[in-house]
Design a protein around this ligand. Structure first.
Ligand SMILES: *[C@@H]1O[C@H](CO)[C@@H](O)[C@H](O)[C@H]1NC(C)=O
Ligand SMILES: *[C@@H]1O[C@H](CO)[C@@H](O)[C@H](O)[C@H]1NC(C)=O
Ligand SMILES: *[C@@H]1O[C@H](CO)[C@@H](O)[C@H](O)[C@H]1NC(C)=O
Length: 740
């Protein structure tokens, strides 16, 4: 069973002091003999990959002595994650280990490195090796591979133990290991696991070197086929793997076979990368600082923006890009616009900012470049400009924190995405797990990360929307966005996984959010106006008055603004809303004639007609009713407490246009409503002269109307009212008769 001492450095020190004391007292060296031997880790890596860096981070952390063989050689052992092979490893070791063949006091531990981390130091490793009471121990797994017919030749094991040899990890006396490795010839493309298996299954040889398998995973945990056997545990600032089947705490954790994404996820926590007590410890490691550099010293960045489908709030997206805190003189700009719909947004942006960037490459719809080709193009541009980073952002990724680019660079990872989510939804720009075909699978920590219950830096199998790529990778990424039968993002992430390049995603800060773009309406003048249901967060930011919620915080109605008896006045929509709505109405140009005959109404007759356009004439009715429910009802509950209307109903929702040469006033009348709202869409004395609303019973007028503010009053009986004469200009108001 697990004991806390084994993983606590302090305790370990105390124990060894205690043991040393015992040795002094009894003069016996047998207790400590094996622990006193030298331990050297050996591994083979032909390239410096993210996986190797992760392995070395773990060995450094626990002060282990490591020798890496094979660096810079061409790998000739094949794709060992999926196929037999790996003989090249044995041949490298034959040569390299010769120097250790006579070292009696040296224990060697071989492990793979790209998919391995260690979670404890020398004392713990030798302690466990000693307990296994062998001269050579191989790691074990549940699959008999690559020759399943050998399965029955293996010694029996107990329930929950693993029966078959895995050559990704073994430990033993240098002399014995050298003899085993040099016993027979092996071709580079032969299978190294089969080589060791054949030796192990030979009874004579097994006895000769006292070889055993680590069937309980005391020391080595192979995860392929055993993911359910293992959980991550935390003990104060330490994280470690715990095998729930055998009750062991294995030290060498190996993501062997085709489970790299799952292993990467587990390894996020191991080596104290993230612990429940201290959160993300790895976040603080290997970072750099650029904040204090002079402008001209900032690393160069290719900023690449992609417009691949009509997307709401593109204007805000581009403004936020322009507001990134980063010297534009250190950025090359690359834009791929694949949709006519965004031509104007892109043109406006370029007009304002083009000259500030180092250089600009713009591909417009007329260039006919498809998405994957355009994304590959950006990589080529980054290479050609020698930029130190590529920062890629899609139009649906709203980067709201201007520090984002600096933060990502300072985190100093090869590929790094800011985690962005759709507000109020469990939708984000990363996946915690993928299946064998690269499709989405929900990882067990996905929701905790999306909802920020776990904060940190996560090695994940899929990112999209926005990410920073280190420039040194560009040479390996040619054409990475193109793969048979795959969308660009799937091809990219699949390609990175295949190359062993880690994708990190960070939720250490909220850098922005995602906009939903499916089924965006594009037929209007101001299409964002129509987004209140799909994109409530962005819609509110753009279109709701910044002081809207202040009215909801007041205690009694006396604190509300009341220009006339029972007429309440609230800030509700932004100037932008008023302008866009008026423009949309004028664009539609469907103003009624102001006659009593009105074919738009069920009765065909309007008693008190105005020159107006109904919301349903511009296709905004459904959205408007939503607006009444979400934004108007709460104010009504404040002003007229005790009246509940959910959802509020309204058939008459329209914008009225008053002007001297058309209709300039409205005679006294009641409204067919329980209550009426009247939103000023422009400003008296600026856009028009005169105008306003007079409540006759109270001889009270509201003439200094405020753009974006709403009057709310009862519709009948007490609030008989009239529209005052507009003498110059044009006055627009938005009216709804609620609950007729
Ligand atoms: C991290 O920083 C070091 C030191 O500046 C640098 O050599 C290395 O390339 C950086 N790595 C990444 C992935 O940015
Ligand atoms: C919101 O209220 C503050 C404080 O009263 C005021 O300064 C600001 O101008 C208001 N915003 C708008 C858009 O009217
Ligand atoms: C109505 O108010 C106006 C201006 O406040 C005032 O001049 C007028 O005499 C009032 N009319 C009545 C009938 O009280």
């Amino acid at each position: 069973m697990y004991t806390s001492m084994r993983f606590n450095m302090e305790n370990t020190k105390k124990i060894s002091l205690y043991i040393n004391a015992l040795i002094l007292i009894y003069g016996s060296y047998s207790v400590a003999s094996l622990e006193d031997k030298e331990l050297k880790l050996i591994t083979i890596a032909t390239d410096v990959t993210d996986g190797l860096r992760r392995y070395l981070r773990s060995t450094n952390k626990y002060g282990l002595d490591v020798e890496v063989f094979g660096m810079g050689q061409d790998w000739r052992g094949g794709d060992v994650a999926n196929h037999a092979g790996g003989g090249h490893k044995v041949n490298i070791l034959k040569k390299e280990l010769e120097k250790y063949k006579a070292h009696d006091d040296l224990i060697l531990m071989f492990t793979d490195s790209y998919d391995v981390v260690l979670t404890a130091g020398k004392k713990e490793i030798l302690g466990k090796f000693k307990k296994l009471n062998a001269r050579v121990v191989f790691s074990a797994e549940g699959f008999c591979w690559p020759d399943p017919s050998l399965a029955t030749s293996y010694p029996m094991v107990k329930e929950n133990e693993k029966r078959y040899l895995n050559s990704g990890g073994y430990i033993g006396y240098a002399k014995d290991l050298y003899e085993i490795i040099t016993l027979r010839d092996i071709k580079d493309t032969d299978d190294d696991q089969l080589y060791f298996t054949n030796i192990f299954l030979d009874n004579t040889l097994r006895k000769k070197w006292n070889m055993k398998l680590d069937v309980k995973s005391d020391l080595f945990q192979n995860l392929n086929g055993a993911l359910d056997d293992v959980t991550i545990k935390f003990k104060s600032d330490h994280s470690f793997a715990y095998n729930v089947k055998t009750g062991t705490t294995p030290i060498v954790v190996h993501g062997n076979g085709p489970i790299k994404p799952q292993f990467n996820r587990i390894a996020n926590y191991l080596v104290d990368g993230w612990t429940s007590q201290s959160g993300c410890l790895s976040c603080k490691e290997e970072t750099i600082s650029i904040k204090d550099l002079k402008d001209e010293e900032f690393p160069t960045v290719l900023l690449s923006l992609f417009f691949e489908q009509p997307t709401p709030f593109a204007e805000e997206f581009l403004e936020r890009i322009a507001e990134l805190k980063y010297p534009k003189s250190r950025m090359d700009l690359f834009i791929h616009n694949n949709v006519e719909f965004h031509n104007k947004d892109v043109a406006n942006f370029l007009e304002k900012y083009n000259d500030l960037y180092r250089s600009t490459t713009v591909l417009m719809p007329s260039d006919g470049i498809h998405e994957p080709a355009a994304r590959n193009w950006a990589i080529e541009v980054c290479k050609q400009k020698n930029d130190q980073y590529l920062f890629s952002v899609d139009v649906y990724a709203q980067i709201t924190d201007p520090d984002t680019l600096i933060d990502l660079i300072e985190q100093n990872r090869t590929v790094l995405a800011p985690i962005l989510t759709r507000p109020y939804k469990l939708w984000s720009n990363f996946w915690g797990a993928v299946d064998r075909n690269g499709w989405y699978v929900r990882s067990e920590d996905y929701i905790d990360i999306v909802e920020k219950r776990k904060i940190g830096l996560w090695n994940v199998p899929y990112i999209t929307g926005s990410y920073l790529i280190h420039g040194s990778l560009m040479k390996d990424l040619r054409d990475i966005f193109v793969a048979e039968g795959k969308e660009a993002d799937m091809a990219f992430c699949g390609g990175l996984r295949q190359r062993g390049i880690f994708m990190y995603a960070t939720n250490r800060k909220i850098h922005g959010h995602l906009v939903e773009y499916d089924d965006m309406e594009t037929s209007h003048l101001h299409n964002d106006l129509y987004q209140i249901i799909q994109n409530p967060y962005d819609w509110e930011q753009k279109y709701i008055h910044e002081n809207y919620s202040k009215s909801l915080e007041v205690e009694g109605i006396n604190q509300l603004v009341q220009p006339c008896p029972d007429v309440f006045w609230f800030p509700i929509v932004s100037n932008r809303f008023a302008d866009d709505l008026v423009a949309e109405m004028e664009h539609a140009n469907q103003w009624s004639g102001g006659k009593n005959e009105d074919p738009r109404l069920a009765t065909g007759y309007e008693n008190v007609p105005t020159v107006d356009t109904h919301m349903n004439q511009i296709g905004l009715e459904k959205q408007w009713l939503h607006f009444l429910k979400v934004y108007v009802s709460p104010l009504q509950e404040k002003a007229f407490a005790g009246y509940h209307s959910d959802p509020p109903r309204a058939i008459m929702n329209f914008v009225v246009r008053y002007r001297p040469d058309e209709q300039d006033r409205l005679r006294p009348h009641h409204d067919s409503s329980t209550f009426t709202i009247n939103i000023a869409l422009n400003t008296p004395k600026v856009d028009f002269e005169g105008g306003g609303c007079r409540f006759i019973r109270y001889n009270c007028s509201v003439t200094a109307t405020r753009k974006g503010w709403m009057l709310m009053h009862p519709g009948r009986l007490t609030h008989y009212h009239e529209g005052l004469v507009v003498t110059k200009g044009t006055r627009y108001i938005m009216i709804s008769f609620v609950d007729p």
